[in-house]
Design a protein around this ligand. Structure first.
Ligand code: MSP
Length: 663
């Protein structure tokens, strides 16, 4: 299939910092866009920020900023996060851009001139969080039924859009194009809502100014959803660029969370019908990420920040986790425990291990050159692996086409398990000892590398960096999925540098949280231990992508008074023992002059217990106690943490009694 493909994410409100939810939709859209590009389609992938409305005006005021400066700043945060997440969007739209103001005003004029707008006075309860009027009967304890926030009574003159005239047309649309809204549960909800009757929609406001002025009546600004939805047309060239519009409009997929399907599947097609413009082809509503079964929200303090995970596990691990863990359409729970398990089991053990094992054997037994494909007859195990590769390519192509990334990835991981089994059955290390088995050894390593190069291509939409690394390692060409098949890996080229793609992380979730806090990672999570003080020195970054070296911008400096709050003391280690089931942690008993204390330090990888006894060390004396692996730790040992290396204890230049203060 080739042609053009236009996919959008919602444009995100800029009154909040970007989080997992925003990242998720954008990663899914990115995976779709990447898979379409691989099939040779001319893809246009749009994301951006929704910058007008009372909510933003108020957030800017609360931040003491003018809305324009506020919008610039927050919009940039979304843009930066998406760049860090390897999002391949072709455009990033901001609703404050002149091209968009012009487009929104043009669509307004068309809708008005075709008789679908009228002015009337409106009174009702309004939710500024969801930017919606809420009928009195739908209030829950006097609050918005969607978000639970307080509603306000608004009485003002407003333009109304004749939504009520579109009931039949919308129902016919859902009927004639059953996949206009997916999944089915969303289509049924929307069809039921529309069947219940549609009221005209208030589409302008006079009580605030931060919006797009209504043409010929600038006292009014447009209702944010009228303004926001139009972004999809703006970026496609509306109204001025006819050629571009003809190429990219209508959009193929509008992707979003389930809570805004109504605006996209009811209001948006109605606006477009009223303006006599073509309708998008599909509206897809995915589920929510929940934290401990509750939707993430700032007020609950359970917001997941992608950077916390990418810094430790790498961008691809984060992308893999969200795509594998959530079935599109259903809700999913985000948990540190499943994240770490998936990382270690799927990425470090399965994918990472087999890739580095096969590459290492090519290095060792074939002088680092990818061996030739077997010329002779294929044995049953070879045929099995080949069939598994072929079948996986087909299955992944089909599941990806259905936007079922979770199943597609499961299929790839089945193939990884097959490659592993193939290597175990063939025992290349044994073949290497028998000179008469040379041909079989080479065929084995070729077939394994070939299958892994297929794995590399198939994970590309989900894990673009890893795909690139696997390609570089085996010297595989980039191949379209249609051209992908066993035997496609060239022979005779030198393999690249062998790195662990996903180094195993031996820490427990609690230890990871403690080290994340100690190394200054941001974690505003209710389930987190951020209230505790870290009793261990920052451990060496355990993941593929080490945390960025801590910069010390001038405005981060502290005063001498701040420093004096930290009670640093000399202590002597009386006893030391490794904490069971932990690679990093060491339990220490120390003499701090006035008392004896127990503390837990993340230094077990660098020091043996016996080496520590009798050592003079520096400790942070006035840290609040914290529990690590069930042991209460009272204080923190000072150690340097070189990037990628093991901690080194701070030492003293001379004898010094325990309890002495350090300044
Ligand atoms: N500005 C509107 C959209 C206008 S589109 C013309 C808006 N913005 S938003 O910032 O609130 O973003 C909502 C979107 O963020 C959701 O539809 C979804 O794509 C994503 N998510 C926000 N929280 C989420 C979860 N907890 N889980 C999954 N995605 C969620 O609404």
């Amino acid at each position: 299939m080739s042609g053009r493909f236009y996919i959008t994410t919602p444009i995100y409100y800029i009154n909040a910092e970007p989080h997992l939810g925003h990242a998720y939709t954008t990663i899914v859209a990115d995976a779709i866009a990447r898979s379409r590009r691989r099939s040779g389609e001319d893809v246009f992938f749009l994301t951006g920020t929704d910058e007008h409305g009372q909510k933003v005006e108020r957030a800017a005021r609360a931040a003491g900023m003018d809305p324009v400066a506020f919008a610039d700043r927050t919009s940039q945060k979304f843009r930066d996060l998406f760049a860090r997440l390897d999002i391949s969007n072709d455009d990033f739209i901001r609703t404050t851009e002149p091209r968009h103001v012009a487009a929104a005003q043009e669509i307004w004029r068309r809708v008005r001139d075709r008789g679908f707008l009228y002015k009337a006075s409106y009174e009702g309860w309004y939710c500024t969080v969801d930017e919606l009027f809420v009928p009195e009967t739908q209030l829950v304890d006097g609050k918005c039924p969607t978000c639970g926030n307080a509603v306000e009574w608004l009485a003002e003159e407003s333009y109304f859009f004749k939504l009520s005239e579109f009931q039949d047309k919308l129902l016919a649309l859902y009927d004639q194009q059953p996949d206009f809204i997916t999944p089915d549960i969303r289509r049924n909800e929307i069809a039921a809502f529309v069947s219940g009757g549609l009221r005209d929609l208030s589409v302008s406001r006079t009580s605030f100014k931060w919006g797009i002025p209504v043409p010929d009546d600038p006292k009014h600004v447009m209702y944010v959803w009228f303004d926001a939805l139009t972004n999809y047309l703006t970026a496609a060239g509306f109204p001025g660029d006819g050629a571009r519009l003809a190429r990219y409009w209508p959009a193929d997929v509008h992707l979003m969370g389930k809570e805004i399907v109504r605006q996209h599947a009811v209001y948006w097609p109605a606006f477009l019908m009223a303006a006599d413009l073509e309708l998008p082809r599909r509206v897809i509503g995915h589920g929510w990420w929940l934290m401990n079964e509750a939707k993430m929200s700032k007020s609950l303090g359970n917001v997941v920040r992608p950077d916390d995970y990418t810094a430790r596990f790498g961008v691809d691990a984060f992308r893999y986790y969200v795509l594998r863990e959530m079935t599109l359409g259903q809700d999913a729970n985000f948990s540190d425990e499943t994240f770490l398990t998936r990382y270690n089991a799927d990425l470090a053990n399965d994918l990472g291990n087999v890739v580095s094992r096969v590459a290492t054997m090519i290095e060792r037994y074939c002088g680092g050159i990818v061996p030739a494909r077997a010329a002779g007859a294929e044995t049953a195990v070879d045929a099995e692996l080949r069939a598994a590769s072929e079948q996986t390519i087909q299955q992944v192509t089909r599941d990806t086409g259905r936007l079922d990334f979770s199943t597609a990835l499961r299929g790839v991981w089945d193939l990884i398990a097959r490659v592993n089994k193939y290597v175990v059955v063939r025992e290349p290390w044994a073949l290497a000892k028998a000179p008469d088995k040379r041909a079989l050894l080479e065929a084995t390593l070729y077939n394994a590398a070939d299958a892994l190069s297929i794995v590399g291509e198939l994970i590309e939409p989900a894990m673009p960096q890893t795909a690139k690394k696997i390609r570089a390692l085996f010297g595989a060409p980039e191949r379209a999925w249609q051209a992908l098949g066993p035997g496609g890996l060239p022979s005779g080229q030198a393999i690249g540098t062998i790195d662990q793609l996903f180094p195993r992380i031996e820490l427990t979730v609690d230890e990871l949280r403690a080290t994340a806090n100690a190394s200054g990672d941001r974690h505003d999570r209710s389930t987190d231990v951020s209230e505790q003080q870290p009793p261990t020195p920052p451990a060496a970054p355990a993941a593929a992508a080490p945390a960025a070296p801590a910069a010390a911008p001038a405005d981060n400096r502290i005063t001498i008074d701040d420093f004096m709050k930290i009670d640093l003391r000399v202590a002597k280690v009386l006893a030391a023992e490794k904490v069971p089931n932990s690679r990093k942690l060491m339990k220490l008993s120390i003499d701090v002059g006035t008392e004896q204390r127990t503390l837990v330090a993340g230094i077990a990888e660098a020091y043996e217990a016996e080496q520590l006894v009798g050592k003079t060390v520096g400790v942070v004396f006035n840290l609040k106690p914290a529990k690590l692996m069930g042991i209460e730790s009272n204080g923190m040992i000072l150690a340097a943490s070189p990037e990628g290396g093991k901690p080194v204890l701070v030492a003293f230049d001379g004898e010094i009694p325990p309890g002495s203060r350090i300044r």
